[in-house]
Design a protein around this ligand. Sequence first.
Ligand SMILES: [Zn+2]
Length: 148
Amino acid sequence: MNCPYCNSENTLVIDSRENKGGRAIRRRRECVICKKRFTTSETILSDDFFVIKKDGKRELYDPKKLEKGVFTAFNKLEVPVDTIEKVIRLIEDEIKSGSKKEMTSVEIGNVVLSYLREVSLVAYIRFASVYKQFQTKEDFINELDAFR
Ligand SMILES: [Zn+2]
């Protein structure tokens, strides 16, 4: 695991915490070179993760769909690709770190929104408008109010 700041391979684990019933471990690391600290997360990955769609259908989780949705939300915004990829990793970590083998598309959408709002209001609103299927100007305004 390389240091995200200076890319050094030399990092030390300074704290380790197990959560979600032993299915995930978070490690606090310190870079030996630049001394900065960061957190890594290890998770048991299950290949059989399902998404329950709004119509009740179950489909195999497809990480490409998440990637596409998030990249679309950041389209033409001045957010570095590195940051977008990091957000996608965090979202995936969170989705897959639980003991659940399935999630509804609504739950996944909420996880995505909780991360997007940390990075960009525009990306957040764009994603929300697709995922919550905004129909009117009021839908946007309500969402903006909720954001504040
Ligand atoms: Zn470093």
